[in-house]
Design a protein around this ligand. Structure first.
Ligand SMILES: Cc1cc2nc3c(=O)[nH]c(=O)nc-3n(C[C@H](O)[C@H](O)[C@H](O)COP(=O)(O)OP(=O)(O)OC[C@H]3O[C@@H](n4cnc5c(N)ncnc54)[C@H](O)[C@@H]3O)c2cc1C
Length: 153
């Protein structure tokens, strides 16, 4: 079975909204690949992320803000003939988003970013205290390109 390329923006957004985690890939200052799983929010083709202000991923992004972010869901292992290894496969829905990380410094915008992020996981409203807002690093990625594939659905 071949994969199906998805071009429907509505279906792409549905896949992203179903995910609990994304994988953010970047390039380190030595040109080597680096990927980390992260929680996220998504609104109007913008991905919202948050982290500590220091660490390897921050070093990577300060030297090269370009990222490719993967969202994948609905994984189901299946086979046509149990004894034939190459008939085994996994159904999935998957989206790749390409863009650049922008760090948010404005505290009002940071609160908005965290609201979008929390909304991915719960409808509960939150407030954030000033020290937490100062300490957290909030990022946005305005998606320049979506690529999406579905296999087995
Ligand atoms: C489900 C899930 C959700 C997460 N959500 C977030 C989030 O929203 N925000 C956030 O900042 N972090 C999140 N994390 C943690 C994140 O994946 C990184 O581990 C963390 O952010 C530290 O990254 P760093 O580049 O600053 O690593 P550093 O603390 O600088 O450490 C770098 C070293 O640790 C290794 N390393 C870093 N991360 C990992 C990892 N995940 N697994 C194995 N080795 C690792 C690197 O290879 C490198 O050797 C999440 C992790 C999981 C599993």
């Amino acid at each position: 079975m071949r994969h199906r390329v998805l071009s429907s923006h509505t279906e792409i957004v549905e896949i992203i909204k179903q995910c609990q985690v994304c994988h953010v890939s970047m390039v380190d200052p030595n040109g080597k690949p680096y990927v980390v799983p992260m929680n996220f929010g998504f609104d109007e083709d913008v991905i919202y992320l948050h982290s500590a202000q220091e660490g390897k991923k921050i070093d990577c992004l300060r030297s090269n803000p370009e990222v490719c972010i993967n969202f994948t869901t609905d994984h189901v292992l299946r086979y046509q003939h149990e004894q034939v290894a190459c008939s085994w496969g996994m159904k999935y829905r998957s989206v790749l988003c390409y863009g650049s990380v922008e760090f948010i410094e404005d505290e009002t915008l940071k609160r908005k970013a965290l609201d979008v992020l929390m909304k991915q996981y719960t409808e509960r409203p939150f407030t954030y205290n000033d020290p937490s807002i100062r300490e957290v690093s909030c990022w946005i990625v305005k998606v320049k390109q979506f690529d999406a594939r579905v296999y087995g659905y």
